[in-house]
Ligand binder design. Structure first.
Ligand code: MRU
Length: 343
């Protein structure tokens, strides 16, 4: 199973909105269609969004017909801003498109720019895969034989176009022969935990129990959870971390119950330009995602709805951040600077 595959003149993605009951692959080449697929969460998870965005820039560039470098770069900027408008919280998206922009500007002719954009996108993909493999291996050292791990949203291979972050750590611990159990929170409103995390863990043969988000405290207070591991959409310079809505509540519950709370993310998710989580832009999504479940209305028509897609967990709740360049704990400012030095 590959969440993202580069086919030279198009990109193939596994439509995550159809899982777990249907495995439908889409082959896309038009940047407007890919931007819509990103907004609709057909492809999702910060690292996977970064990879697919890079391929989208390359695909759109290949189609540009002008031979004028200046016109080409102007059109490319328009394409990049369409992609940038899709998912505001995902740091990897902005990191990837910035790299694509810089590579374009560093080359002379249109043909050279096109070739450089394709190879940069392929490089971003392989770097993400390598980073998630490494951080999973490092993070697995924190997981002991017999642990029950709680995770939120989906941070597996589907979300990363690689090995996975939070789920990568769990999968690697299992590969090392450790016996584990997982509690997966369903992750309202879009149910990434219920639909995707359980599906991935089942495929890896890891015992998983699905719970609603509101059951997490019950199991933690009974001593049934040894640690919580989540992914991240953006990490500020001081360690404050944005992740799927509900992560902050889990972190507070974990601290209250003396349960270690780990964040697993590649360094491409770190945003050194933001001093704290207060500066992280939070995506607000449509009310229908809350009033409807899989197209079925569950609330009175016209009801007032709020739907922030992410929340910020202050760094004081985070026991450690697992990256491919090392595991960091307080003081996060120093540790993050060390691992994200050249980002
Ligand atoms: O809205 P989504 O499904 O894209 O949100 C995804 C998450 O919050 C993940 O936990 C995060 O991107 C880390 S994935 C490795």
């Amino acid at each position: 199973m590959k969440a993202i595959e580069w086919l030279g003149d198009r990109v193939k993605i596994l439509d995550q909105t159809k899982l777990p009951h249907q495995e439908v692959y889409l082959e896309l080449s038009d940047h407007h269609n890919i931007a819509s697929a990103i907004v609709e969460l057909k492809i999702r998870g910060a690292p996977a969004i970064g990879v697919v965005s890079a391929y989208t820039v390359a695909l759109a560039a290949l189609k540009l017909e002008t031979s004028s470098r200046e016109d080409f770069l102007t059109e490319l900027r328009g394409i990049i801003s369409t992609i940038a408008a899709t998912r505001p919280t995902a740091r990897n998206l902005f990191g990837a498109i910035d790299r694509m922009q810089k590579i374009a500007e560093a080359n002379d002719t249109v043909e050279q720019i096109k070739a450089a954009l394709v190879s940069e996108a392929v490089k971003i993909h392989s770097e993400e895969t390598e980073a998630t493999t490494k951080l999973s291996w490092l993070g697995a050292g924190l997981i002991r034989n017999g642990f029950t791990v709680m995770t939120h949203c989906n941070a597996g291979p589907l979300a990363t176009a690689g090995y996975g972050t939070a789920l990568g750590v769990i999968i690697q611990a299992k590969e090392q022969g450790k016996k584990l159990k997982v509690f997966a929170t369903e992750t309202r409103p879009l149910l990434q935990g219920a639909r995707l995390t359980t599906w991935e863990l089942k495929r890896f043969g890891i015992p998983v129990t699905l719970i609603t988000d509101s059951m997490a405290g019950y199991f933690m207070s009974r001593g049934e959870v040894n640690c919580v591991i989540v992914g991240a959409d953006r990490i500020a310079a001081n360690g404050d971390t944005a992740n799927k809505i509900g992560t902050y509540s889990l972190a507070v519950l974990a601290m209250e119950n003396g349960v270690p709370f780990y964040v697993a993310a590649p360094t491409s998710t770190i945003d050194p330009s933001l001093a704290s989580g207060d500066e992280i832009p939070i995506e607000q999504r449509s009310p229908e995602e809350v009033t409807h479940i899989q197209g079925v209305s569950i609330a009175p028509d016209g009801i007032n709805v709020a739907n922030p897609a992410f929340d910020v967990t202050p760094h004081r709740y985070i026991t450690a951040i697992i990256t491919e360049r090392g595991i960091i704990s307080e003081p996060y400012g120093e540790g993050l600077k060390r691992v994200a030095g050249n980002i």
